[in-house]
Design a binder for this molecule. Structure first.
Ligand SMILES: *Cc1c(COP(=O)(O)O)cnc(C)c1O
Length: 336
């Protein structure tokens, strides 16, 4: 089965399973897990930061960032399409008493800084205190330009805001631009990284920041039930994600371009966009349910909708792209 729905479906590698079985572990809540400690140190160093925190998920890492930067009654500015606004259950409001102020994303995924400036609240008892600007990179597969990151950093500094990056797929952005993680991370006060997407670890994300921020986040992680004891078993896979799975993301980007070209040549598919490891397409077939059943029978799993996202990853490669295109060809012939 080729699963195009997301890069979260990637299976851990054999090397990860072996490393997990052999990992040195301890009680991480006591700070005693050597594998977790090593992963956190490595992530901090790669990003050029003082400290990092291993978390159960990207959602938890983002929530901890918001709760560490903001207090009750504070506000964060973010994109209307931001994962940490739209897809995390309103966690900042529910659990942090932090107000989101979403701003419509530009077509390239960035936030217009004039619009952000207009949304910053004056120091007045009527308003929440605007504390933080949160960006996302990649967003919908799109890479935020490096020049924009520098502008956003200068803007945040001038306005007295902290700047967070939801970098669930920040390594896709780094590989796409042939830059180190630290080149992107240097513009931010904190960032989150998912190990369990294209990097193929089974579980886990990281929050990276300075010592003081990570200390606060570590406390909130415990409060939220995220203290994980012998978590080195998971961190061992995370180490391999950082050491062995980053460079190969370039293959996913190549395969996404390849799939976009192949799909665009089909009669009944319109490709809207292709960026890093994602393709966005419209399937103009009259009966999407029937198409879905046909594709499933041919071993291709998609989340078909008005705008379908297809994600390339280590388990959905060029062979998978060819299988999908061949299946769509057969369907066009059969239905026509
Ligand atoms: C997947 C994702 C997250 C959350 O990660 P989970 O591990 O699924 O909680 C956060 N931000 C972005 C941009 C993501 O794609």
């Amino acid at each position: 089965m080729f699963d195009f729905r997301s890069d979260t479906v990637t299976q851990p590698t054999d090397a990860m399973r072996r490393a997990m079985a052999q990992a040195d572990v301890g009680d991480d809540v006591y700070g005693d897990d050597p594998t977790v400690n090593a992963l956190e140190e490595q992530a901090a160093e790669m990003a050029g930061f003082e400290a990092a925190l291993f978390t159960s998920s990207g959602t938890q890492a983002n929530l901890l960032a918001l709760m560490a930067h903001c207090e009750r009654g504070d506000e964060y500015l973010c994109g209307q399409q931001a994962h940490n606004y739209k897809f995390e259950g309103g966690g900042a409001a529910v659990l942090g008493s932090i107000q989101p102020q979403p701003i419509e994303n530009e077509v390239d995924g960035s936030l217009c800084l004039e619009r952000v400036a207009a949304a910053i609240k004056p120091d007045d008892i009527h308003f929440a205190r605007t504390r933080l600007l949160s960006l996302e990179n990649t967003i919908g597969g799109k890479v935020l330009p490096m020049a924009y990151l520098a502008q956003a950093q200068a803007f945040a500094f001038e306005k007295g805001l902290k700047l967070h990056l939801d970098g669930a797929r920040v390594f896709n952005a780094a590989v796409d631009q042939s830059v180190q993680l630290s080149t992107i991370a240097q513009h931010f006060d904190s960032l989150t990284i998912c190990l369990s997407k294209g990097l193929a670890a089974p579980v886990g994300s990281l929050l990276v920041g300075d010592e003081a921020l990570i200390k606060k986040a570590r406390r909130w992680r415990k409060v939220l039930g995220g203290g994980m004891r012998q978590a080195g078993i998971l961190a061992a896979a995370g180490q391999l994600a950082l050491n062995e799975m980053v460079e190969r993301l370039a293959d996913d980007h190549d395969n996404a371009r390849y799939l976009a070209e192949q799909l665009a040549a089909l009669h009944s598919v319109e490709v809207d966009d292709c960026a890093t490891n994602m393709v966005f397409a419209r399937f103009t077939h009259s009966d999407l349910k029937a198409l879905n059943a046909h594709l499933l029978a041919d071993g291709c799993k998609l989340s078909l909708g008005p705008k379908t996202r297809l994600v390339l990853h280590k388990d959905v490669n060029r062979q998978a792209a060819d299988a999908l295109v061949a299946s769509l060809h057969r369907y066009e012939k059969g239905v026509a």
